[in-house]
Design a protein around this ligand. Structure first.
Ligand code: UDP
Length: 482
């Protein structure tokens, strides 16, 4: 019999491509033929990592200029808010080239990002199941669904800052209207922006798809894994944490990077080797977040005043004003030996798993949150946009392995307004003292559960097997109908 062939089509954003490569590796490790479809400038993210040669990479053109985007733009991390409609337009134009690849590859299943809602129809054209990947937690998926169904912010809130309870969830979770996406506030048909429309279509596509792959594990959020399937009726397979499939140093060092920069990694890993266990806090806000210059200064001062050692990653383009000299005067000299600022891309999982790392300041992107869980470190949660305010609640209120920095405002354009005192206090709270030790021991216990979930016989290991078996029998059944 022909081996099962699964074709993956991730959104052109690091937070979607990185877990997709991990998923493909997991499928490949079980003998499944895997193909990833991506675009020229994103391809190196999949190919730099030379250990994944068994994964077939197909490159299709990204219609940058045709969609009115500046030359060289192919990734969500490169766009400003005003480019979003054109970026969405470009992704819609990918339908035809994807169909061409499906025609040539003839896979048995299409795992496509929910941000390609049209992929369900495309899969149907080829008579294959479409599985959706949204890249977030069960918790956030349930919270978003409750918000969509009950709109508590539209019926009850009297002010932007008055908390409301998200209805029909296993825990009493409160948010304010300020902390949710603008898309949630205004669902009038005629005032929908391209992006809001895409979000609604993405939810519908999740419902219409064959099922959903979730990068999570049962013991992390059992009530929400059950709620998602039993209350919201989704067919879901949890197969994570997918980052744990990277066991070799090179795999972790290259993950998400478009160039192999092992030397740089060695520099900061050596620096960490000279530090005591749990004595350094890692600060990183993912691949999209942007800050004002004044916010970057507040972070610097908050870290300095906390008295803790740190590694702080500031991505290229992470400063809204494009100003290179944003650090407070003399900061790097004062922090010599005590703190490192990495400008660009860091090997996050390698850093997080180093024994010197004792805490993580995160924007609560789901990949980062889960990587923090896998490392067993308490977190300072600093959500900014997307579903990050939901993930914060999971970390701080349900799992109780983190403290919030006090972020109040959902904003996808630029983060501002968190003061140095709040940063200093939150950092101290997760690094030193009794409360920190309690959070650390809960985080370490969850790390153990994460590792067991992906080991032979673990819940994620079994779900991946079940999914592969189901797809294989589905294909046999469909083939017999021909
Ligand atoms: N990441 C990394 N190095 C960096 C920044 C980010 O390896 O310097 C990785 C991180 O490990 C995670 C992904 O990029 O896997 C970011 O995804 P997440 O969902 O956390 O946030 P997003 O970038 O989508 O906001």
């Amino acid at each position: 019999m022909v081996p099962l062939h699964v074709l993956f089509f991730p959104l052109m954003a690091h937070g979607h491509m990185i877990p997709t490569l991990d998923m493909a590796k997991l499928f490949a490790s079980r003998g499944v033929k895997t193909t990833i479809v991506t675009t020229p400038l994103n391809a190196p993210i999949f190919t730099t990592n030379n250990l994944c040669t068994e994964i077939n990479i197909r490159v299709i053109k990204f219609p940058t200029l045709e969609a009115g985007l500046p030359a060289g733009v192919e990734n969500a991390g490169q766009i400003s808010d005003d480019m979003t409609p054109n970026f969405v337009r470009a992704t819609i134009m990918l339908q035809e080239p994807l169909e061409q690849v499906l025609q040539e590859e003839q896979p048995h299943c299409l795992v496509a990002d929910i941000f390609f809602p049209w992929a369900t129809k495309v899969a149907a054209k080829f008579d294959i199941p479409r599985i959706a990947f949204h890249g977030t937690s069960f918790f956030a998926a349930c919270a978003s669904e409750s918000m969509r169904l009950y709109k508590p912010h539209m019926t009850k809130f009297s002010s932007w800052t008055e908390p409301f309870v998200i209805p029909n969830l296993p825990h009493q979770i409160e948010l304010t209207a300020m902390q949710i996406a603008v898309a949630e506030h205004d669902d009038q048909e005629d005032s929908q922006t391209d992006f809001n429309k895409l979000v609604s279509e993405a939810i519908e596509c999740e419902l219409a798809s064959y099922g959903v792959i979730v990068n999570s594990f049962y013991d992390l959020e059992p009530a929400y894994a059950d709620h998602y399937s039993k209350v919201f009726g989704r067919k879901a397979w949890h197969i994570g944490p997918v980052s744990l499939c990277n066991t070799e140093f090179e795999d972790k060092a290259c993950r998400g990077s478009n160039k192999a920069s092992i030397n740089e990694h060695e520099y900061y890993l050596n620096w960490l080797n000279s530090k005591k266990p749990n004595s350094v806090i890692y600060v990183c806000f993912g691949s999209i977040a942007k800050f004002s210059t004044s916010q970057l200064c507040e972070i610097a001062m908050g870290l300095e005043n906390s008295g803790q050692q740190f590694i702080w990653v500031v991505r290229k383009g992470g400063n809204q004003e494009g100003n290179e000299n944003w650090l407070p005067k003399g900061f790097e000299e004062r922090m010599e030996g005590k703190g490192l600022v990495i400008r660009g891309w860091a090997a996050q999982v390698l850093i997080l798993e180093h024994e010197a790392i004792g805490g993580f300041v995160t924007h609560c992107g789901w990949n980062s949150t889960l990587e923090g869980v896998c490392a067993g470190v308490p977190m300072v949660t600093w959500p900014m946009f997307a579903e990050q305010f939901f993930n914060e609640k999971l970390v701080t209120e349900v799992l109780r392995i983190g403290v919030g920095v006090g972020a109040q405002q959902w904003n996808s354009a630029v983060t501002d307004g968190v003061m140095r005192e709040a940063i200093e206090e939150a950092v101290r709270r997760i690094m030193v003292g009794e409360e920190a030790e309690e959070m650390r021991s809960r985080a370490m216990a969850m790390k153990g559960k994460a590792i067991r979930a992906v080991e032979e016989g673990g819940s994620s290991y079994c779900h991946l097997n079940a999914l592969i078996e189901e797809l294989s029998s589905y294909c046999v059944l469909e083939a017999s109908k021909i």
